[in-house]
Design a protein around this ligand. Structure first.
Ligand code: MEV
Length: 313
């Protein structure tokens, strides 16, 4: 019997990095997905197959001995087969660009947890999320949990590391354009970089966190009122705070400038240092922005908010 699950990628609209320090973030899931297919095998082995590589190992190895980007899947499968006389084969298929800040690893953890554990019985979304965050921690220890949460529940939400998430129940009338710098980045190392900044500039970081908190509260009101133009201005402001904490660079700043000149607002999404930026626009300006970036040789696409979240088959 096969168990299949899929989970969407995500965009952090506001509050990345600050969310790790307890500031509220606003994020949404997007219509690009990871699909994981899991199957029990008679041989007691864990085998994983994906575009980024393969892994085939016996269960019961300490997680610290697994040196592979597929480690979260090993963690999940190993936990699932504990004290059981079965192995697991896992197939991963993804539409989400890798290492680009679009939640590919979180979506993998969520879809992986659901597909693997469903082989052994029913599992709730809450349990899937808990397992997904545990799995993500094997490669990214300090995750705020924001990405896995939105990949599980979908839609647009506010997220607080300590208080959890709250769905935003109206469908915003905006379009998102995602532009990929094609510079690979590691979330773990960008989060460590911000930690260093915070250690060296405690007061400045605390001032910026307060400003970010206020900005997020303002945006939550603007979203309700559907004030797209003002939301765009807040994005530009948020981008400045991200530049202040050192996660932008020359290439990203160049892309942001093109975005800000041709849309309501543009900012980094995710951990920065590379990956993607996004621009906020409306239907009538959408093709114009896509053309602007394409003319400048950037890989870009428009995306829609996914309202489904985790899906199991
Ligand atoms: C990464 O997509 C978002 C960060 O805020 C890290 C996290 O929230 O765990 C940079």
């Amino acid at each position: 019997m096969k168990s299949i699950a899929s989970a969407p990628g995500k965009v952090i609209l506001f509050g990345e990095h600050f969310v790790v320090y307890g500031v509220k973030a606003i994020l949404c899931s997007i219509n690009k997905r990871v699909t994981v297919t899991a199957e029990k095998t008679s041989e007691r082995k864990i085998s994983i197959n994906s575009k980024i590589g393969k892994l085939e190992i016996e269960p019961d190895k300490p997680i610290s001995e697994i040196n592979s980007p597929l480690k979260p899947f090993y963690y999940l499968a190993n936990k699932a087969v504990e004290n059981k006389d079965t192995g697991i084969h896992i197939q991963i298929d993804s539409e989400i660009p890798l290492g680009a800040g679009l939640g590919s690893s979180s979506a993998c953890c969520v879809a992986g947890a659901a597909a693997i554990f469903k082989l052994f019985g029913n599992i709730s979304r809450e349990e899937v999320l808990k397992l997904a965050i545990e799995a993500e921690r094997t490669i990214f220890e300090n995750t705020s949990g924001a990405d896995c949460t939105v990949c599980t529940y979908g839609g647009i939400m506010e997220y607080d590391k300590n208080k959890g998430f709250k769905k935003i129940e109206y469908e915003p009338n905006f379009q998102l354009v995602i532009i990929n710098s094609n510079i690979e980045h590691s979330t773990q190392s960008m989060v460590s970089k911000v930690k260093e900044f915070e250690n060296k500039n405690t007061e400045e970081f605390s001032r910026l966190s307060d400003l970010e908190s206020k900005l997020v509260e303002d945006v939550l009101k603007l979203v309700k009122e559907n004030k797209i133009q003002e939301i765009g201005q807040k994005m530009n402001q948020n981008q400045k705070y991200l530049e202040n904490i050192g996660i932008s660079n020359k290439e990203l700043t160049k892309m942001i400038r093109i975005g800000q000149e041709s849309s309501f607002g543009a900012k980094i999404t995710g951990s920065g240092g590379g990956g993607c930026i996004f621009a906020l626009t409306n239907e009538s300006n959408l093709q114009n922005i896509l053309k602007k970036f394409k003319d400048n040789n950037y890989e870009c696409f428009s995306t829609k908010i996914d309202f489904k979240g985790l899906n199991t088959f």
